[in-house]
Design a protein around this ligand. Structure first.
Ligand code: BJW
Length: 254
């Protein structure tokens, strides 16, 4: 583990001074040690399938059955009893429970491991595997089974319009207004387990540096594409680095 700067939050920015909110951006790396694959690591998803085929609206239009197969397999993987929240998810849930200010997790992940660990203030900016959307009525519903070409929308009753509730390339990520408001009000921005390859999430650190006085910290296995933009960097597996960092942070909250 390496660190380049001293305490996580100075006393002047503790809650009570009105500037103690924390925004945590998470990516696939935080779920890796729970048994879920990342995208861009050597053994990652994009080394097995073409993202153009499974993670674009055009790919879904060309071959919806292939896209359903891809997300059905990942949804089933999520329901594997061996896949559970790890110590990093648990540490962030503890941070939310014990930190005197607001803690918002903005996850790029479509798994539900943050919820299962106990996090409640959470935005899934790239959607959720356990939800489906109807392209006919635009309704979003809980969905735990396989999706198929003839799946029926429980809201409008139409068949043939259901798709995974995920954000593909070229589509607008979810709840962007709420995310940028939270970034603007933050005293600390943490980026955990993300390669910094995908926008707009990869641009959050620049936004925070430009428009706030918040401290910016990267916790990742290795330097991300935007590593030099962070004021503090800690490298190592999330299950080791995140609990240690949260412990240190809560100690500063007194
Ligand atoms: C560990 C670890 C361990 C491993 N412990 N760490 C040209 C320039 C700039 C932008 C664009 C451009 N051309 C197109 C764009 C926009 C495009 C984009 O960013 N493209 C890039 C490829 C350049 N973005 C979009 O289209 C987005 N929409 C958009 O921009 O709308 C317009 C808009 C404009 C302005 C404001 C707002 C909106 C949509 C992006 C949708 C991404 N969708 C996916 C797939 C769907 C969900 C799914 O199937 O799961 O989301 S792609 C995939 O990448 C997935 C992820 O959420 C996302 C990010 O990946 P992540 O999480 O960072 O994973 P990895 O694998 O990349 O990294 C893992 C990291 O963990 C690594 O660093 C490891 O080292 C580390 N790690 N083990 C800790 N144990």
């Amino acid at each position: 583990m390496t660190t380049t700067h001293a305490p996580p939050l100075s006393r002047g920015t503790r809650p009570g001074s009105g500037a103690g909110n924390i925004v945590v951006l998470t990516g696939a790396g935080i779920s890796k040690e729970s048994g879920l694959d990342t995208f861009r690591c050597a053994d990652g998803i994009w080394n097995r399938v073409r993202l153009e085929d499974v993670a674009t609206p055009e790919g879904f239009q060309r071959n919806p059955a292939l896209v359903h197969d891809f997300y059905n397999a990942r949804r089933r993987g999520l329901h594997d009893p061996a896949v559970e929240p790890n110590a990093a998810h648990a540490a962030l849930a503890r941070l939310e429970a014990e930190w005197p200010g607001e803690v918002l997790i903005v996850t790029q992940n479509i798994d539900d491991l943050h919820e299962r660990a106990g996090s409640r203030n959470l935005i899934h900016m790239h959607g959720e595997l356990n939800k489906a959307r109807c392209d006919g009525c635009q309704g979003v519903v809980a969905w735990h089974e396989d999706l198929a070409l003839d799946s029926q929308c429980p809201l409008c009753g139409e068949t043939g319009w259901m798709r995974p509730h995920v954000v593909w390339f070229g589509e607008m990520p979810l709840e962007m207004d709420r995310i940028f408001s939270a970034l603007d009000e933050s005293a600390l921005f943490l980026s955990i387990g993300t390669s910094g390859a995908v926008y707009p999430a990869a641009g959050f650190v620049s936004h925070v540096r430009r428009f706030t006085r918040a401290r910016t910290v990267e916790l990742n296995m290795e330097p991300s594409e935007g590593a030099t933009l962070f004021q503090e960097t800690l490298y190592g597996p999330a299950t080791r680095v995140v609990p240690a960092y949260v412990e240190q942070l809560l100690a500063t909250a007194g």
